[in-house]
Design a protein. Sequence first.
Length: 299
Amino acid sequence: MATPPLLLITNGDAGTADQEAVEAALAVLRAPAGADVEVRATSSPDELADVLAEAGERRVVVAGGDGSIHAVVQALHTRGDLTGRTLGLIPLGTGNDFARTLGLPLDPAEAAAVVVAGTTRPTDLVVDEDEAVTVNSVHLGAGAEAGKRGARWKERLGKVGYPIGAVQTALNPPSLRLRVEVDDTVVVDVDRPVLMVAVGNGASVGGGTELTPEADPHDGLVDVLVATPVSPLARLGYVLRLPFGRHAEHSDAAIVRGRTVRVSGAAFDCNSDGEIDGPVRSRTWRVLPAAYSMVVPGR
Protein backbone atom coordinates (compact mmCIF):
# COMPACT_ATOMS: atom_id res chain seq x y z
CA MET A 1 0.00 0.00 0.00
CA ALA A 2 1.45 3.37 -1.04
CA THR A 3 2.28 5.89 1.66
CA PRO A 4 -0.09 8.89 1.46
CA PRO A 5 1.34 12.38 0.86
CA LEU A 6 2.84 13.75 4.06
CA LEU A 7 3.12 17.16 5.66
CA LEU A 8 6.10 17.02 8.03
CA ILE A 9 5.98 19.67 10.77
CA THR A 10 9.34 20.59 12.30
CA ASN A 11 10.51 23.09 14.90
CA GLY A 12 11.81 26.23 13.23
CA ASP A 13 14.01 26.92 16.26
CA ALA A 14 15.59 23.46 16.35
CA GLY A 15 19.34 23.03 16.59
CA THR A 16 21.76 21.18 14.35
CA ALA A 17 21.20 17.79 16.01
CA ASP A 18 17.45 17.95 15.39
CA GLN A 19 18.01 19.02 11.78
CA GLU A 20 20.26 16.00 11.26
CA ALA A 21 17.59 13.77 12.80
CA VAL A 22 14.97 15.21 10.45
CA GLU A 23 17.23 14.49 7.48
CA ALA A 24 17.65 10.89 8.65
CA ALA A 25 13.87 10.54 8.89
CA LEU A 26 13.35 12.13 5.48
CA ALA A 27 15.76 9.66 3.89
CA VAL A 28 13.42 6.89 5.00
CA LEU A 29 10.19 8.69 4.14
CA ARG A 30 11.47 9.60 0.66
CA ALA A 31 13.16 6.28 -0.09
CA PRO A 32 12.47 4.83 -3.57
CA ALA A 33 8.72 4.50 -4.01
CA GLY A 34 8.36 6.41 -0.73
CA ALA A 35 6.10 9.27 0.19
CA ASP A 36 5.66 12.72 -1.27
CA VAL A 37 6.78 14.85 1.70
CA GLU A 38 6.55 18.59 2.23
CA VAL A 39 8.58 19.89 5.17
CA ARG A 40 7.35 22.99 6.97
CA ALA A 41 9.18 24.54 9.92
CA THR A 42 7.11 26.59 12.35
CA SER A 43 8.19 28.82 15.25
CA SER A 44 4.91 30.06 16.70
CA PRO A 45 1.30 28.96 17.22
CA ASP A 46 0.16 31.34 14.47
CA GLU A 47 2.65 29.90 11.97
CA LEU A 48 1.58 26.39 12.94
CA ALA A 49 -2.10 27.23 12.47
CA ASP A 50 -1.39 28.70 9.02
CA VAL A 51 0.57 25.63 7.92
CA LEU A 52 -2.08 23.20 9.17
CA ALA A 53 -4.77 25.18 7.36
CA GLU A 54 -3.00 24.12 4.16
CA ALA A 55 -2.70 20.44 5.09
CA GLY A 56 -5.70 19.34 3.07
CA GLU A 57 -5.96 15.54 2.92
CA ARG A 58 -2.27 14.97 3.59
CA ARG A 59 -1.19 13.00 6.63
CA VAL A 60 0.41 15.29 9.21
CA VAL A 61 3.65 14.00 10.72
CA VAL A 62 5.14 15.76 13.75
CA ALA A 63 8.92 15.80 14.18
CA GLY A 64 9.31 16.78 17.83
CA GLY A 65 8.47 15.91 21.41
CA ASP A 66 5.40 15.93 23.61
CA GLY A 67 5.08 19.71 23.35
CA SER A 68 5.13 19.53 19.55
CA ILE A 69 2.45 16.85 19.22
CA HIS A 70 0.42 18.75 21.84
CA ALA A 71 0.63 21.95 19.78
CA VAL A 72 -0.41 20.23 16.54
CA VAL A 73 -3.33 18.38 18.12
CA GLN A 74 -4.46 21.57 19.86
CA ALA A 75 -4.37 23.54 16.61
CA LEU A 76 -6.29 20.86 14.70
CA HIS A 77 -8.85 20.48 17.51
CA THR A 78 -9.36 24.25 17.72
CA ARG A 79 -10.06 24.53 13.99
CA GLY A 80 -12.39 21.51 14.07
CA ASP A 81 -10.06 19.53 11.82
CA LEU A 82 -8.91 16.71 14.12
CA THR A 83 -11.74 14.20 13.73
CA GLY A 84 -10.92 11.61 11.10
CA ARG A 85 -7.24 12.59 10.87
CA THR A 86 -4.30 10.23 11.20
CA LEU A 87 -1.08 11.65 12.60
CA GLY A 88 2.47 10.35 12.60
CA LEU A 89 5.17 11.12 15.16
CA ILE A 90 8.94 11.16 14.86
CA PRO A 91 10.16 11.66 18.46
CA LEU A 92 12.76 14.42 18.72
CA GLY A 93 11.96 15.80 22.16
CA THR A 94 13.71 15.47 25.49
CA GLY A 95 11.15 13.20 27.14
CA ASN A 96 9.11 11.72 24.26
CA ASP A 97 6.66 10.25 26.75
CA PHE A 98 3.70 9.93 24.40
CA ALA A 99 5.93 8.17 21.88
CA ARG A 100 6.98 5.75 24.63
CA THR A 101 3.37 4.94 25.47
CA LEU A 102 2.61 4.33 21.79
CA GLY A 103 5.61 1.99 21.52
CA LEU A 104 7.32 4.14 18.91
CA PRO A 105 11.08 3.80 18.37
CA LEU A 106 13.04 6.80 19.61
CA ASP A 107 15.48 6.59 16.71
CA PRO A 108 14.27 9.02 14.00
CA ALA A 109 14.91 6.71 11.05
CA GLU A 110 13.17 3.80 12.77
CA ALA A 111 10.24 6.05 13.70
CA ALA A 112 10.01 7.18 10.07
CA ALA A 113 9.81 3.53 9.03
CA VAL A 114 6.76 3.20 11.32
CA VAL A 115 5.17 6.22 9.60
CA VAL A 116 5.65 4.41 6.27
CA ALA A 117 4.68 0.87 7.27
CA GLY A 118 2.88 1.10 10.62
CA THR A 119 -0.76 0.62 11.45
CA THR A 120 -3.30 3.24 12.49
CA ARG A 121 -4.99 3.12 15.89
CA PRO A 122 -7.86 5.31 17.10
CA THR A 123 -6.48 7.42 19.93
CA ASP A 124 -8.19 9.20 22.81
CA LEU A 125 -7.82 12.87 23.65
CA VAL A 126 -8.33 14.67 26.96
CA VAL A 127 -9.89 18.14 26.87
CA ASP A 128 -10.83 20.60 29.60
CA GLU A 129 -13.81 22.95 29.83
CA ASP A 130 -11.97 25.53 27.70
CA GLU A 131 -11.21 22.92 25.00
CA ALA A 132 -7.52 22.96 25.89
CA VAL A 133 -6.14 19.52 25.05
CA THR A 134 -3.93 17.02 26.84
CA VAL A 135 -2.41 14.41 24.58
CA ASN A 136 -0.36 12.47 27.12
CA SER A 137 -0.77 13.55 30.76
CA VAL A 138 -1.88 16.44 32.94
CA HIS A 139 -0.84 16.62 36.57
CA LEU A 140 -0.90 19.04 39.47
CA GLY A 141 0.63 19.37 42.89
CA ALA A 142 4.00 17.67 43.43
CA GLY A 143 4.23 16.41 39.85
CA ALA A 144 3.62 19.85 38.37
CA GLU A 145 6.03 21.43 40.85
CA ALA A 146 8.70 18.85 39.99
CA GLY A 147 8.14 19.57 36.29
CA LYS A 148 8.40 23.32 36.85
CA ARG A 149 11.61 22.97 38.84
CA GLY A 150 12.98 20.34 36.46
CA ALA A 151 12.43 22.61 33.45
CA ARG A 152 15.19 24.85 34.78
CA TRP A 153 17.61 21.92 34.49
CA LYS A 154 16.13 20.30 31.39
CA GLU A 155 17.74 22.68 28.89
CA ARG A 156 21.19 21.89 30.26
CA LEU A 157 20.87 18.26 31.30
CA GLY A 158 18.03 16.80 29.25
CA LYS A 159 15.59 14.32 30.77
CA VAL A 160 17.48 14.03 34.07
CA GLY A 161 16.05 17.48 34.79
CA TYR A 162 12.79 15.92 36.00
CA PRO A 163 14.42 13.73 38.69
CA ILE A 164 16.37 16.77 39.89
CA GLY A 165 13.10 18.73 40.06
CA ALA A 166 11.50 15.87 41.98
CA VAL A 167 14.28 15.85 44.58
CA GLN A 168 14.02 19.63 44.99
CA THR A 169 10.24 19.31 45.38
CA ALA A 170 10.69 16.56 47.96
CA LEU A 171 12.50 19.00 50.23
CA ASN A 172 9.44 21.29 50.29
CA PRO A 173 6.45 19.33 48.94
CA PRO A 174 3.12 21.07 48.32
CA SER A 175 -0.05 20.27 50.24
CA LEU A 176 -3.35 21.21 48.62
CA ARG A 177 -6.92 21.05 49.89
CA LEU A 178 -8.78 19.69 46.90
CA ARG A 179 -11.94 17.84 45.98
CA VAL A 180 -11.25 15.24 43.29
CA GLU A 181 -14.21 13.64 41.51
CA VAL A 182 -13.97 10.89 38.91
CA ASP A 183 -17.21 10.18 37.03
CA ASP A 184 -19.10 12.01 39.82
CA THR A 185 -17.59 9.82 42.54
CA VAL A 186 -15.61 11.73 45.16
CA VAL A 187 -12.13 10.19 45.44
CA VAL A 188 -10.86 12.71 47.99
CA ASP A 189 -12.39 15.81 49.56
CA VAL A 190 -11.01 19.05 50.96
CA ASP A 191 -10.77 17.64 54.48
CA ARG A 192 -7.69 15.63 53.43
CA PRO A 193 -4.49 17.24 52.08
CA VAL A 194 -3.54 16.22 48.54
CA LEU A 195 0.08 15.99 47.43
CA MET A 196 -0.61 15.43 43.74
CA VAL A 197 -3.18 14.43 41.13
CA ALA A 198 -2.34 13.04 37.70
CA VAL A 199 -4.75 12.44 34.82
CA GLY A 200 -3.01 10.00 32.53
CA ASN A 201 -3.93 9.30 28.93
CA GLY A 202 -0.36 8.04 28.56
CA ALA A 203 1.81 6.20 31.04
CA SER A 204 4.77 8.45 31.77
CA VAL A 205 6.09 12.00 32.11
CA GLY A 206 9.55 13.53 32.39
CA GLY A 207 11.21 11.10 29.98
CA GLY A 208 9.93 7.81 31.34
CA THR A 209 8.68 8.40 34.90
CA GLU A 210 5.52 6.27 34.92
CA LEU A 211 2.96 8.31 36.86
CA THR A 212 0.09 6.17 35.57
CA PRO A 213 1.83 3.01 34.34
CA GLU A 214 -1.28 1.19 33.08
CA ALA A 215 -2.80 4.15 31.19
CA ASP A 216 -3.82 3.29 27.64
CA PRO A 217 -4.67 6.07 25.14
CA HIS A 218 -6.88 3.68 23.19
CA ASP A 219 -9.31 2.46 25.87
CA GLY A 220 -11.66 5.46 26.22
CA LEU A 221 -10.59 6.07 29.85
CA VAL A 222 -8.00 8.04 31.79
CA ASP A 223 -6.07 6.73 34.78
CA VAL A 224 -6.32 9.15 37.71
CA LEU A 225 -3.60 9.05 40.33
CA VAL A 226 -4.38 10.69 43.68
CA ALA A 227 -1.68 10.86 46.36
CA THR A 228 -2.59 11.91 49.92
CA PRO A 229 0.38 11.29 52.25
CA VAL A 230 -0.14 13.47 55.34
CA SER A 231 3.01 13.55 57.44
CA PRO A 232 6.16 15.36 56.25
CA LEU A 233 8.06 12.06 56.22
CA ALA A 234 5.35 10.32 54.19
CA ARG A 235 5.26 13.19 51.67
CA LEU A 236 9.03 13.11 51.36
CA GLY A 237 9.00 9.35 50.82
CA TYR A 238 6.34 9.64 48.14
CA VAL A 239 8.06 12.38 46.13
CA LEU A 240 11.42 10.62 46.27
CA ARG A 241 9.75 7.57 44.72
CA LEU A 242 8.52 9.62 41.74
CA PRO A 243 11.63 9.55 39.52
CA PHE A 244 11.81 5.76 39.87
CA GLY A 245 8.16 5.07 39.11
CA ARG A 246 7.61 3.55 42.57
CA HIS A 247 5.16 6.14 43.89
CA ALA A 248 2.13 3.91 43.22
CA GLU A 249 3.51 1.51 45.85
CA HIS A 250 2.98 4.16 48.53
CA SER A 251 0.13 3.33 50.90
CA ASP A 252 -1.39 6.80 50.43
CA ALA A 253 -1.58 6.60 46.61
CA ALA A 254 -4.53 5.32 44.60
CA ILE A 255 -5.28 5.04 40.88
CA VAL A 256 -8.85 4.98 39.57
CA ARG A 257 -10.18 5.06 36.03
CA GLY A 258 -12.90 7.13 34.47
CA ARG A 259 -14.10 9.38 31.69
CA THR A 260 -14.52 12.71 33.50
CA VAL A 261 -12.32 14.23 36.19
CA ARG A 262 -13.06 17.39 38.19
CA VAL A 263 -10.61 18.99 40.60
CA SER A 264 -11.59 22.01 42.71
CA GLY A 265 -10.53 23.81 45.87
CA ALA A 266 -7.23 25.55 46.62
CA ALA A 267 -5.44 27.31 43.75
CA PHE A 268 -3.25 24.95 41.73
CA ASP A 269 -1.07 24.93 38.61
CA CYS A 270 -1.50 22.30 35.90
CA ASN A 271 1.25 20.69 33.85
CA SER A 272 -0.28 19.48 30.59
CA ASP A 273 2.21 17.73 28.29
CA GLY A 274 4.95 19.87 29.80
CA GLU A 275 3.06 23.17 29.51
CA ILE A 276 2.39 24.93 32.82
CA ASP A 277 -0.95 26.71 33.26
CA GLY A 278 -2.55 28.36 36.28
CA PRO A 279 -3.15 28.99 39.02
CA VAL A 280 -6.80 27.95 38.82
CA ARG A 281 -9.29 26.82 41.49
CA SER A 282 -11.28 24.41 39.38
CA ARG A 283 -10.74 22.37 36.26
CA THR A 284 -12.65 19.58 34.58
CA TRP A 285 -11.24 17.15 32.06
CA ARG A 286 -13.15 14.71 29.88
CA VAL A 287 -12.08 11.98 27.49
CA LEU A 288 -12.91 12.17 23.80
CA PRO A 289 -12.61 8.51 22.78
CA ALA A 290 -11.01 7.82 19.39
CA ALA A 291 -10.73 11.55 18.70
CA TYR A 292 -8.12 10.93 15.99
CA SER A 293 -5.69 8.19 14.96
CA MET A 294 -1.95 7.70 15.39
CA VAL A 295 0.38 5.60 13.28
CA VAL A 296 1.95 3.00 15.58
CA PRO A 297 4.13 -0.08 15.07
CA GLY A 298 2.27 -2.94 13.41
CA ARG A 299 0.86 -5.64 15.67
